[in-house]
Design a protein around this ligand. Structure first.
Ligand SMILES: C[S@@+](CC[C@H](N)C(=O)[O-])C[C@H]1O[C@@H](n2cnc3c(N)ncnc32)[C@H](O)[C@@H]1O
Length: 207
């Protein structure tokens, strides 16, 4: 077995440069099934936030499925924000979508600003996962839902994934660790589901 080509994913924690652009476009295409599985765990409200939006495919899919939704994507990567904005130009121009360069644990949004928040394949890179989750809970309205979907699961990774995680210094929680993080962050009705075929993990909770 050949090892992973790190040059293609070197900037996964904050995509930049040509390789970063290729990577976020690839994730736009390839994370579709993971996103769909994640969204099966929560209702989608009117004001929606994607934390670590990458090139923005998740919000585009939601815009098509939920014509009433107003969608905000945030990401610490200028390249991600620029790419997501340009790929979703018609929605941005129509005032239904916006992309901002910011990230957890410091979100520039008012308390309770969103009905739904989610994050796909991003939490491993956050500087402080608990503070990040608490911040997301802060910007959710009471009763609003959050979900995070992950394909690198602590204790469940193959050799290739372990090499990537070590190289990129990613912090991949186990199922129990993710549940504890969600509960410590103050989420109610926390559920954590493991999907054995793809080895995906999804946590969902309510403010
Ligand atoms: C592996 S990509 C996933 C992108 C997208 N969610 C997807 O599934 O295609 C991880 C993204 O999380 C972003 N990110 C990393 N740390 C972040 C933080 N503290 N706050 C917000 N976004 C962050 C990165 O810049 C990157 O775009």
């Amino acid at each position: 077995m050949t090892g992973p080509d790190f040059s293609k994913i070197e900037t996964a924690g904050c995509p930049a440069g040509d390789a970063g652009r290729d990577m976020i476009l690839r994730m736009n295409r390839e994370h579709g099934p993971l996103r769909a599985w994640g969204f099966a765990h929560i209702p989608v409200g009117r004001a929606v936030l994607d934390v670590g939006c990458g090139a923005g495919a998740a919000l585009r899919e939601l815009a098509e499925l939920h014509p009433e939704a107003v969608l905000t994507g945030c990401d610490i990567s200028p390249l991600a924000v620029e790419t997501a904005t340009s790929l979703n130009e018609s929605y941005v121009k129509a005032g239904r979508m916006r992309f901002l360069r910011c990230g957890v644990p410091d979100l520039p949004f008012a308390d309770g600003a969103f009905d739904t928040a989610f994050s796909v394949e991003s939490l491993y890179f956050w500087p402080d996962q608990l503070a990040g989750l608490r911040e997301i809970r802060r910007v959710l309205a009471p009763g609003g839902y959050f979900m995070t979907a992950l394909e690198m699961v602590g204790g469940m990774m193959d050799e290739r994934q372990l090499a990537i995680v070590a190289h990129l210094k990613m912090a991949c929680p186990t199922r129990d660790e993710l549940e504890a993080l969600m509960v410590s962050a103050g989420f109610a009705d926390v559920t954590v589901e493991f999907e054995p075929e793809h080895r995906w993990l999804c946590a969902a909770g309510r403010r």
